[in-house]
Design a protein around this ligand. Sequence first.
Ligand code: IPM
Ligand code: MG
Length: 360
Amino acid sequence: MSKQILILPGDGIGPEIMAEAVKVLEVANSKFNLGFELSFDDLGGAAYDRYGVPLADETLERARAADAILLGAVGGPKWDTIDPALRPERGLLKIRSELGLFGNLRPAILYPQLAQASTLKPEVVSGLDILIVRELTGGIYFGKPRERTTLENGERMAFDTLPYSESEVRRIAKVGFDMAMVRNKKLCSVDKANVLASSQLWREVVEEVAKDYPEVELSHMYVDNAAMQLVRAPKQFDVMVTDNMFGDILSDQASMLTGSIGMLPSASLDVNNKGMYEPCHGSAPDIAGQGIANPLATILSVSMMLRYSFAQVAAADAIEQAVSQVLDQGLRTGDILSEGCRKVGTVEMGDAVVAALKNL
Ligand code: IPM
Ligand code: MG
């Protein structure tokens, strides 16, 4: 039976980086006989332009039917002034929520070749390998009520709500512990339990889940301290598990340890490991259409897809090895450029990965 992959390039640099990832995916498909069939649709601003909504019902149905989804990025200034309910980001949040993709894995790995590209000292980041497990379908991103109103005195006011139920915390905590078990058995749960009620429950439930994982060394850290520790001594972390908003912020921060957010892939998984795979970076409208965006985060997302949704370990390893070889060759997009390396554009970078993969 063939496997269906739905490709959603999205907005901004999305289509450019996705074109390169698709080339790599197609080579892996034939080289490793994966039997993948690809189909394409729109999400975000592109979907708004085509369907009038950031996620069309038919696209959602296709996503439900697919075995895995590969996504570029959404958003851009073109859609900043439309009805907030129709913004490109709403399409992304809706697909995450509708498909129950609660477990977001964001690995921050420093390729040794990029030690010079990080803004931190090489000795602080060399050998870095962190996995951030972010809760993706709950918390303040989805909490109700969420409102904008006018007070009696005429002042505008708005509020969001940060709810977490016990079961939501338990299932993401389990993902964190399971990931720690197959890595270095260290889990740091990040919260703001000194202030927030939702974080106090979070910590309580994580402690309960820990009883099933006696081998994992569990620690708790407040999010402000975690932000500091991530730049002070990032190698103290193995797996970090945290809520939706803290995970959003900390994963951007962790990305800079690796040289560039252009290097960070991610997987968003449901209870059955069905997943959507996307780079952690956004649609970068400032550089869209210039052919200079780094396609490696999306290419590495393909590798995560092969690993997590299809257990195609050899093919996943091969893509990562091809990326590493290309970095060895000294090829760099602008975001990871350092002295002595050759600056290339999006397409040349993708072609180099394709060539390396073919030759493996
Ligand atoms: C991310 C992005 C999204 C998020 C935006 C585009 C809605 O920043 O995937 O990290 O906040 O989750
Ligand atoms: Mg983000």
